[in-house]
Design a protein around this ligand. Structure first.
Ligand code: XMP
Length: 319
């Protein structure tokens, strides 16, 4: 019978037999899958695991700190944090096409990751958080976007170029199994049940050209939205929720002053498989509270709108 404890035990044994005394490199993204791989490998091979966490400047509020606190401080995992915000923003300067932005972010990620890997010549394996649905997805014919998702998240092509063997301990598991395994391995529930976050991060939630001050404002607005969802007990009732930065300006009156400032859109969806989705019917008083807080607490935002588009015809992300 499948129990998380049994899966953990078996997988740990298998990993030990597979890698022996070798060193393993893992890119931590802040997402569930790579987090579970980190916890698993840490138990299996301890100091032989080296994690790399790239702060690309497009993460959610507090994300880098949370990853470092959970893995480095609490669990004692070896995590190297690379501060690459400036590099990513420089590579994104002047680029407004969504697919082009995805490509640049993906390529910069690989660059940074390879550079970091070069500092650890003892490494023989690259671990990835590939799960069973990823395996199926890349086997079938898929849209361009799905391939981009794969190639960024799971750094496709990298192991060959770096002459590393690939370690994918979650390959046979479904998402809910991965989550249960994560809890079994001692990961905090709020990390395990976190909404998905795209590899390109806020890069595709700032429409058009990415600027640092846009990212900072979006981070703040998004954090308010998520905090209020948690406070209202709504976070786990939606599948994914986030704020989007719209670089159009709208007139408003904030305090006693007329403002000509940017717009934040809120998006919350309910879905099983993320292939189709319904917009979440969040209570009006809840939306009013979030809107009120964002306009008052985030400088440069004068208006908040709620996205009432399903998928299809919309996508979940705005880019
Ligand atoms: P869409 O916008 O296509 O999103 O309806 C479906 C799910 O995929 C996520 N998503 C991405 N994830 N890289 C990722 O790793 C990407 O480029 C990407 N684009 C969308 C999105 O957040 C949603 O969960």
């Amino acid at each position: 019978r499948w129990t998380p404890a049994k899966i953990a035990e078996e997988t740990i044994e298998r990993v030990r037999a597979q890698v022996g005394e070798d060193h393993v490199l893992l890119g931590l993204s802040g997402g569930v899958d790579s987090a579970v791989v980190a916890a698993l490998l840490h138990q299996a091979i301890g100091e032989q695991l080296i994690c790399v966490f790239v702060d690309n400047g497009l993460l959610r509020a507090g994300e880098a700190d949370q990853v470092m606190a959970t893995f480095a401080r609490h669990m004692g995992v070896r995590v190297v944090k690379v501060d690459a915000e400036e590099r990513f923003l420089a590579r994104l300067a002047g680029v407004d096409d969504p697919e082009q932005k995805r490509k640049r972010i993906g390529n910069t990620f690989i660059e940074v990751f390879e550079q970091e890997a070069a500092r650890h010549p003892e490494v023989r394996w690259l671990a990835q958080g590939t799960i069973y649905p990823d395996v199926i997805e890349s086997a079938g014919a898929r849209t361009g976007k799905a391939k981009v998702i794969k190639s960024h998240h799971n750094v496709g092509g990298l192991p060959e170029r770096m002459q590393l063997k690939l370690l994918e301990p979650l390959r046979e598991l479904f998402k809910d199994e991965v989550r249960k395994l994560g809890l079994e391995l001692g990961l905090p529930a709020d990390m395990v049940y976190r909404h998905p976050f795209p590899g390109p991060g806020l890069g595709v939630r700032i429409l058009g050209e990415v600027h640092k001050d846009y990212a900072d404002r979006l981070r703040l607005a998004d954090a308010i939205f998520i905090e209020e969802l948690r406070r209202a007990g709504l976070y786990d009732q939606v599948s994914q929720a986030f704020a989007v930065f719209l670089p159009v300006r709208s007139v408003g009156v904030v305090g006693d002053n007329r403002q000509y400032a940017h717009v934040i859109a809120l998006r919350a969806v309910e879905t099983i498989d993320f292939m189709t989705a319904r917009w979440a019917e969040l209570p009006y008083d809840f939306l009013a509270q979030v809107s009120h807080r964002i306009v008052n607490e985030v400088a440069g935002i004068s208006r908040v709108v709620y996205d009432v588009t399903g998928k299809p015809p919309g996508t979940i992300e705005w880019e």
